[in-house]
Design a protein around this ligand. Sequence first.
Ligand code: TPP
Ligand code: MG
Length: 440
Amino acid sequence: MQRWPGKIYSRLYGPIICQLSKRYQSTAAKFDSSVLAGTSTLDNVPITTKLEFLPSKAKSIIPKYRIMDTDGNIINKNEMPNFSDNQLIKIYKDMTMLETMDHILFQSQRQQRISFYMTHRGEEATQIGSAAALDPGDLVYAQYREAGILLYRGYKLHQFIDQCMGNARGSCKGIQMPIHYGSKDLNYVTISSTVATQMPQAVGSAYAYKRAANEKCVVCYFGDGATSEGDAHAAFNFAATLEVPIIFICRNNGYAISTPSKDQYHGDGIASRGTGYGMMAIRVDGHDLFAVYNATKAARQMAVNENKPILIEAMVDRFGPHSTSDDSSAYRSEEKMQHHAKIIDPIERVRRYMDVRGCWNNEKEETWRKEATDMVLKELEQCEHIKRAPITTMFDNVFEKVEPHLQKQMHELIQHVQQNHEASFLTLLSKYEQSYVPNK
Ligand SMILES: Cc1ncc(C[n+]2csc(CCOP(=O)(O)OP(=O)(O)O)c2C)c(N)n1
Ligand SMILES: [Mg+2]
């Protein structure tokens, strides 16, 4: 039975549709009726006389796409990307450099040289594999556990360490917590660790890219935990309805800090949500460098050529704790995790493949590992000698200029500093550029 006779329907909705389509035309997002094929509308829903609810679970679990097994053997040679030896070596060096940097910076937090850190161990293939498939001009919005993309794009070791130390050379000048990297030159938006806020922002940028028709896309990384935030829903829905060139890459590592994914969702993970929003989706083995690369490459092509949002769910394991503030042994068996990690290690897998291919060997491995450690340790020591930005830096960049009420606060702060003569305070002050030496 048709609810609204055609005439009434068009009298009621005609002007609205007309206005909407005018608005669409005025914003470059031309209305295309084929977009709605497979989308239910008031007119096209078929009738059934059978009282039947859709099941809460799909009949089968979505498989994960993999082309390299855990021993580094290529199980589908037709799908193997065509990397040169040099490309592979660059990728492998970036994966292992990330591991080295993680190890040393994690330890340096324990030595109180930096205040906080998050490691990427276990997730290297998802990051470097996707980064390798993107164009350097594609805009990245990351969550916080994605330094591998910056490393692949050429962010320098001292830039990571300066930011973590919060020194005057760091991109945030000590105003942000460690690991909140950002680089305009490398098209990597500064991290905001308020979970999922990057997601709707990324869609906004993707809409701007669509309007600019610049043949680039936006790539938005997030964790499984982030998808429980309202912002994730807003982002997915706007991306699908506005048809924007964006790749959503979910790193599903099974935990949001200590909360396991069974407390985050009861459906088939994140990939299953694609269809609900009208987005293409794929689940990949996030420990398989080549599978992640292929999925991202294909997603990029669709995003850029067809203005489509694509969802990739990478199944990964976070080998270490959530951050230096976490003790993961409190909620999972570390023994089991480390045993599992040995089997699925994404770095070992690439290394085994390269050994067989003949472009890597034990000798090269030993030399490179030593070189990588020396490079990080040397930079760490040098970065430590750089002073912190003046304390008044905290008032910069809050507004376009330092507003009168902030100027007042700034003068009060300087006065306070100049009146404090305690020895421990003076030692602390000496670590800052322009220390506002106390008045005698
Ligand atoms: C809005 C908000 N709520 C809570 C937090 C605290 N928090 C920081 S990370 C995190 C877990 C996020 O988990 P997930 O998205 O799966 O990323 P993962 O750490 O596993 O990479 C939480 C709850 C936050 N930063 N922001
Ligand atoms: Mg997680």
